[in-house]
Design a protein. Structure first.
Length: 236
């Protein structure tokens, strides 16, 4: 049986990731929005109850550093981007890691808050909605980071497999010669994954995207289950 193996050579990360200026800036913008939404989520979670439990207080304390530090790192990453420095990717990865920590922290805080019978339903629903939005924008940057380098190599004519197979990748090169995903393509991918609880089109091919999609779907399902459980509790 013939088996097709992924290309083992690593792409030139900085050149391929930074060759499309608008998408890189849009990815940084998504992480900026994610940081601001995270701060707003922390504020709404603090309003869900008048006397928060110790666990809620701990999660709020942890949330005080992730997004502010991430926003500061965004400024540094943007500085290196405009200077054309390879340090841009290093700082982008730091911001992405902090954004993921902040997202998971907000999810944990939401889970803890929902078990409090005195929680204010309106603020809890608002917090859940903000976590859902944060989930989408953070994973736009995630998918771009782990896929765009391969797409650049394909658009340059190299025979390799992308991390995400878009429908355009399967069309004859004569029709879409040099095509590469835009910001909207990654936004569509992230929104669909969070909304449909799994991949439809585009199709994930590499392990990094598989792991990212499992994380995003798990977060989206947890938010939905918590809202449903709270609604059932209110009805009961």
């Amino acid at each position: 049986m013939h088996s097709q193996r992924y290309s083992s050579s690593a792409p030139n990360s900085y050149n391929s990731l930074c060759s499309n200026h608008s998408i890189a800036i849009a990815a940084i913008g998504c992480l900026t929005v994610g940081g601001l939404v995270d701060i707003a989520t922390g504020e709404t979670l603090s309003m869900t109850e008048n006397s928060p439990t110790s666990l809620v207080i701990i999660f709020r304390a942890l949330d005080l550093y992730a997004s502010p530090l991430g926003l500061l790192c965004i400024v540094v990453a943007t500085f290196f981007w405009f200077r054309g420095s390879k340090k841009f990717l290093r700082w982008f990865d730091i911001v992405l890691a902090l954004a993921m920590i902040a997202l998971l922290n907000n999810l944990a805080g939401l889970i803890v808050s929902i078990f409090d019978p005195k929680v204010k339903a309106a603020y809890l629903l608002l917090s859940a909605s903000l976590v859902y939005i944060e989930n989408i924008v953070v994973f736009v940057a995630f998918y771009w980071r782990f896929d765009h380098q391969w797409q650049e190599r394909i658009s340059a004519g190299e025979k390799t497999i992308p991390a995400v197979l878009f429908p355009q990748n399967t069309i004859s090169q004569d029709l879409l010669h040099g095509w590469r995903p835009s910001f909207i393509d990654y936004l569509f991918l992230s929104f669909n994954t969070a909304s449909t609880f799994g991949p439809t089109l585009p199709i994930p091919l590499r392990p990094s995207i598989h792991i990212g999609m499992m994380m995003q779907v798990s977060i989206a399902m947890a938010v939905l289950i918590m809202i449903a459980a709270r609604a059932i509790g209110l009805i009961a």
